[in-house]
Design a protein. Sequence first.
Length: 212
Amino acid sequence: MHKPSRIALLVGILVAGPALAQGADPIAGFRSSLVAVPDVTRPVGGTIYTPAYATIRLGTGRAGVRLAATLSIHNPSETLPVVLERVDYFDTAGTLVQAFLSGPIAVKPFATVEFFIPEDDVRGGSGANFLVRWSAQAPIAEPMVEAIMIGAIGNASYSFVSQGRAIRIVTAPGAVKTRPRPRRAPGLPGPARAARRDRAPAPRRWRAAPPP
């Protein structure tokens, strides 16, 4: 029976360490990336949607591969912390699977935090996604969010990255918002017609008859 080498075991422990720690506390391995949440108003913020995949289909679609997913959130600001107010994981049907945060956390400038979904957790399905809501105390560079998926079946391995996108409301091009015209009750004259009705008649001008 082949015994795994000490190097392989060590690599396995190093890779699995943060994931195992996230079982009880999702951010236990990233305390050094955090600072105290600023006790000030945070008027700047947004929401980022990141597609992810717990499983993908192969070949004819009957076979598939399970994937481990890592959500990586980077603060690209050099001076200000970014506050994460919500990090949620949803399945293919849009049902909440896991809420990672019990309260807001603040990520230091240039720091990163990660949230991990293990390979054997297939609750998300092929259409899983993460939702990240963030805020800041002043204008700041938008956080960079990525989901990294890794899996293997047989001798083949698969890995890819999904970029997060800010959720914005899109309107039709050229659409102009118009105010509706007020309706008047039936039988009542409109403003212009009422003004004409109330106006005093103009005096008549009499022309003298020509002499006989």
